[in-house]
Design a binder for this molecule. Sequence first.
Ligand SMILES: [Fe+2]
Length: 142
Amino acid sequence: MFHTNLADSLANVTNELNGGTRHARISVDSRTEMIRLMNQRLASAIDLQMQMKQGHWNVKGPSYISLHKLFDEVYETAESSVDLIAERIVQLDGVAQGTVSASAAASQLTEYPHSIADGCAHVEAVACALSSFGHEVRDMIS
Ligand SMILES: [Fe+2]
């Protein structure tokens, strides 16, 4: 009798440690769909993050310093979002698909133009990437 109760207690503790109680109100189907959608956004967010570095590294011209710094600030903001999305996926018992190759395969963003250097062209490319990501996130929510 004692051993049965002890085994049940250990099973309950293990379930809680594994997040069983935390997910009691979210069905497995809902969690699976949330994880799938969040991994799609994670891919685009990682792509967005690296697109900001592409602008940061390659911008040239009279606005170089201000745009170089601005694109790095946007990169850092994107980085914190990437971390948040990935950790939420894992909290839902999913696996964050955050490698560069997985992100490249799943990102919804268009490729950042490789042949631009002018500050205005980079501002347009950065704005386009941010806008696309924003639309993607809003579409997922609705
Ligand atoms: Fe840098």
